[in-house]
Ligand binder design. Sequence first.
Ligand SMILES: O=C(O)CNC(=O)[C@H](CS)NC(=O)CCC(=O)C(=O)O
Length: 322
Amino acid sequence: MPNCLYLLSPPNSILCRPIRFSHPPLRSHFSGTVAAVSDSVMASNSVRVAAAQMTSINDLDSNFATCARLAKEAASTGAKLLCFPENFSYYGDGDGLRVAEALDGPVMQGYCTLARESSIWLSLGGFQEKGPDDKHIYNTHVVVDDAGNIRSTYRKIHMFDVDVPGGSSYKESSFTEAGNRVVAVDSPVGRLGLTVCYDLRFPDLHQQLRFQHGAQVLLQPAAFTAVTGHAHWEVLLRARAIETQCYVIAAAQTGKHNDKRESYGEALIVDPWGTIVGQLPDRLSTGISVADIDFSLIESVRAKMPISKHRKPIDYWKSASL
Ligand SMILES: O=C(O)CNC(=O)[C@H](CS)NC(=O)CCC(=O)C(=O)O
């Protein structure tokens, strides 16, 4: 069974060193810069990650073939974690129930094998997990280690029941049971906070991931609609990174999945200062965006602007009604 960790206090696990640079502006963390840095501090304090941008369709095998290609590519860049978007394994037309499986079923096990064979951790965000009854799935984000073991699972909490202005209407809750647990898990690229897609719009969840669960890196797999993505995607991701002082890794579905569904795309990696450090040249192509998680930068941003000390954990909801 997958094990979920619900730690209440932040761990002391990051290797912090004295801060050797100031910001802004911050160093670029694009792929390639680290190799050129001879300072051993950087070598020991950075670790590479990748975010996938892809167009999944209603064909499990074809999507798996794309994921397998991207996993090999990510591993060849030295990345320790590759993040896939929501609905990576199957993107139909609201028919996720049809392909829903338990996490020990053949589809998820195939991805566990892929992680092992590619020697890379995988973030598998937005998997159609068999739900509590035959009318509902869970929309589950699964983290698999490089030996192919499931390390953690998070079930999407916020349901996308939305009439998109000028777009389609969605009612995710009609076929999905919402989760109710906040989940973080340790990994070689830091302590990961797990979310899925529409969760991005709920800052409280991200605040909990940072301040109660000790997250250093927020994983934000998505299938944002073309309309809402144009309006909100980048600003939401940068805001969550800035206000939590975490890296944000946002894998994205992109382009047309079928006649009715189209995603915005633009897989991004954002650093804790809000700078975009990983991005593909084209928001619609299939590929990976690569960047280096720099633990010194997380420490530096948090030390210089200590919002964890300044925040006042009063119950705003309660005090508002006084
Ligand atoms: O239904 C499926 O098959 C795939 N599922 C999705 O695409 C999910 C739930 S409907 N989409 C989102 O959460 C979009 C959020 C979004 O676009 C925003 O917050 O603006």
